[in-house]
Design a protein. Structure first.
Length: 137
């Protein structure tokens, strides 16, 4: 009887460890380290830059435009099928809730977030550069 109890105890411990290990790996998967990006842009823009763009989007844009870029109908436009206009991100839209980011983000951050948005959710609008930003300042 004692041998059966010990075996049950050991089996319980092993099962407990296997469940905790599988849960740890699921929790450690950071969604900020994954991209839903058109593969062709990764040849033009580094994955690090795109990940930085995703973080900026999450912190600055996602509240209005949503995680999937679909926006909120009647309030915030969807970004899923539009090419992001650089001048709108830099200067905002007067009389709307779209603020100017020229004083909040560096030129490099502007490039990263625009490249992320323009190449996410099935879009493929290519690479924006710092020179593109500087031409509009």
């Amino acid at each position: 009887m004692k041998k059966i109890s010990v075996n049950i105890l050991l089996l319980s411990i092993l099962l407990s460890l296997s469940f905790s290990c599988s849960n740890d790996s699921e929790e450690s998967a950071d969604p900020m380290n994954t991209l839903d990006i058109n593969d062709s842009i990764v040849q033009q823009v580094s994955q690090e830059d795109l990940l930085r763009g995703k973080v900026i989007y999450t912190n600055k844009c996602q509240t209005c435009h949503q995680e999937d870029g679909m926006g909120v109908e009647g309030a915030f436009p969807a970004l899923d099928s539009l090419k992001t206009e650089i001048h709108i991100v830099i200067n905002g839209v007067e009389g709307s809730t779209m603020i100017a980011f020229k004083d909040e983000l560096t030129n490099e951050e502007l490039v990263d977030v625009i490249n992320y948005v323009n190449n996410s959710w099935g879009k493929s609008f290519g690479k924006t550069t710092i020179k593109d930003i500087e031409e509009l300042e």
